[in-house]
Design a protein around this ligand. Structure first.
Ligand code: HEC
Length: 200
């Protein structure tokens, strides 16, 4: 079985029959056998020729495929994946792109974040204890969405306001900032904190 297979692949001539394929020239006693090209090699050769023709036609004649095109397509797929990921985690939101989220779902998320992380210093009604009142019009660090986002993200460590970057996601910062500006602002909670740092 093995021998038969090797014979099909190589088509060698047995030593007894070598005389039949001996060429009639001789150089200094060196003689040459007229062996056939081994079929395994020959087929490999034909296959490469076939591939070369397909390649030539597709890449250079029709031009419907190229590595550059393949690259662009794969990059587009990868970019879509990255965008989807960033959208999910809010990684593409920063102090320059933060937007006021005025939908109930985002505001409910913002409220959750606020109750869990911020109420201890700003009170759950936003009136302030350790931190300042977040419901009034007075802002130490700016009261637009981008400024509020930045204050929460970077914090004011020297004044006791923590840096939230890395502790909650950018998406959550945007949600809690929106919650402050949409839901807490203007609510006039009882006994708001008169904060020493508040601008007059
Ligand atoms: C450990 C107490 C503490 C916690 C917790 C805290 N803050 Fe603050 N926060 C402060 C203090 C103190 C300030 C005032 C900083 C200053 O004087 O510059 C402040 C300031 C702010 C300001 C700026 C107010 C202005 O007038 O510009 C915002 C907005 C704010 N905090 C939001 C948050 C949010 C949102 C959270 C929760 C994610 C949070 N804070 C958690 C203590 C805290």
């Amino acid at each position: 079985m093995w021998k038969k297979l090797m014979q099909i692949l190589t088509k060698t001539t047995s030593i007894e029959k070598e005389a039949d394929i001996m060429l009639d020239h001789e150089y200094d006693g060196i003689r040459e056998l007229d062996n056939v090209l081994p079929p395994w090699w020959l087929w490999l050769f034909y296959i490469t020729i076939f591939i070369a023709v397909v390649y030539l036609v597709r890449y250079h004649v029709i031009g419907d495929w190229s590595s550059a095109k393949e690259y662009t397509e794969e990059m587009a797929v990868a970019k879509a994946d990255v965008d989807a990921y960033l959208k999910k985690t809010g990684g593409n939101i920063n102090e320059n792109t933060a937007k006021l989220m005025n939908d109930e779902k985002a505001l409910a998320e913002g409220k959750k974040v606020f109750e869990a992380n911020c109420a201890s210093c700003h009170r759950s009604d936003g009136g302030g204890i350790i931190g300042p009142d977040l419901t009034d019009d007075k802002w130490i660090h700016g009261g637009d969405i981008k400024s509020v986002f930045k204050t929460i993200k970077q914090g004011v460590p020297e004044k006791g306001m923590l840096t939230w970057d890395g502790k909650i996601s950018a998406k959550q910062i945007q949600e809690v900032a929106s919650y402050i500006l949409v839901k807490l602002k203007g609510t006039n909670p009882p006994t708001p904190k008169v904060y020493a740092g508040d601008p007059k």
